[in-house]
Design a protein around this ligand. Structure first.
Ligand code: 1GP
Length: 253
């Protein structure tokens, strides 16, 4: 198993650089959409694609990933809703334990089922404490996961949860308001988690503007994830990438 994505994320954090990940929902991935989004990704130097979701209505992961790979050099990281979304075609897999919830299936159950496949496929795993945060309305992620999201106005709970995740050896934290969230995770919460742990921090859910993306990054996100807004407005994705990269350059100076 390679470690290149783990190393990449660790270096991002160490050098205080910011990356943008585009979340592609496999259900919305017609070839047209994939080529349009790949164009923007290539034009803007976007580094990462997260691929997956809480619910798949069709299994076409392998074909989609092959298509994407023919269109862009960006790394494709699986963002699986369950053990059904493991494929050797991707560059790595977010091995997510839903530590904000108390559903044993998503804390460890699906992982046991997926582990031998991941080993067989020689797929790089990115061990991640996944925290769903209340984004103002139920999302597919909160419903399908059967878990209570973290209260949006309780940064202390988020900080302690992330701390416990890090102590358990999870070496990334993903704070997610859920795809299509009304409100993104607050800067207060991102900041509290950033102060509580050293590991790379991924933040997403409901980010729809350059300002919101920058707010997360300034508060301590190393990777900002944009899904829905990218589908609606590819230009926005380009603007966010530009500004995040500019922020990286500034923090380098
Ligand atoms: C969801 O963080 C991602 O898991 C992205 O959310 O689709 O709301 O951008 P959006």
């Amino acid at each position: 198993m390679g470690h290149s994505m783990n190393t990449y994320l660790k270096e991002l954090r160490r050098q205080n650089k910011k990356a943008l990940a585009v979340l592609i929902d496999p259900d919305k991935s017609g070839t047209d959409y994939l080529s349009r989004i790949a164009d923007v990704i290539n034009r803007s130097g976007i580094e990462l694609i997260f691929f997956g979701g809480s619910l798949l209505t069709k299994y076409e992961l392998d074909e989609h990933i092959k298509t994407l790979k023919s269109l862009t050099e960006a790394k494709i990281i699986l963002f699986p809703g369950s053990s059904l979304q493991v494929t050797p075609e991707a560059d790595a897999l977010l091995f997510l334990s839903l530590i904000s919830g108390r559903n044993p299936e998503l804390l460890i159950g699906q992982h046991v089922i997926a582990a031998p496949l991941i080993r067989q496929f020689n797929l790089e795993t990115i061990s991640t404490g996944y925290m769903l945060v209340d984004g103002g309305r139920p999302t597919t992620a909160s419903y399908i996961s059967g878990s209570l999201p973290l209260p949006a106005d309780k940064p202390d709970i988020a900080a302690c949860t992330a701390m416990a995740g890090e102590m358990l050896g999870l070496n990334h934290i993903y704070l997610d308001a859920g795809s299509g969230a009304m409100n993104p995770v607050s800067a207060d919460m991102v900041g509290a988690v950033r102060n509580a742990v050293d590991v790379p921090l991924i933040v997403g859910g409901g980010i729809r503007s350059v300002e919101e993306a920058l707010r997360s990054a300034r508060a301590g996100a190393d990777v900002v994830v944009v899904g829905n807004a990218a589908e609606k407005d590819p230009q926005l994705l380009e603007d966010i990438a530009l500004q995040l990269h500019a922020l990286s350059a500034k923090t380098q100076a």
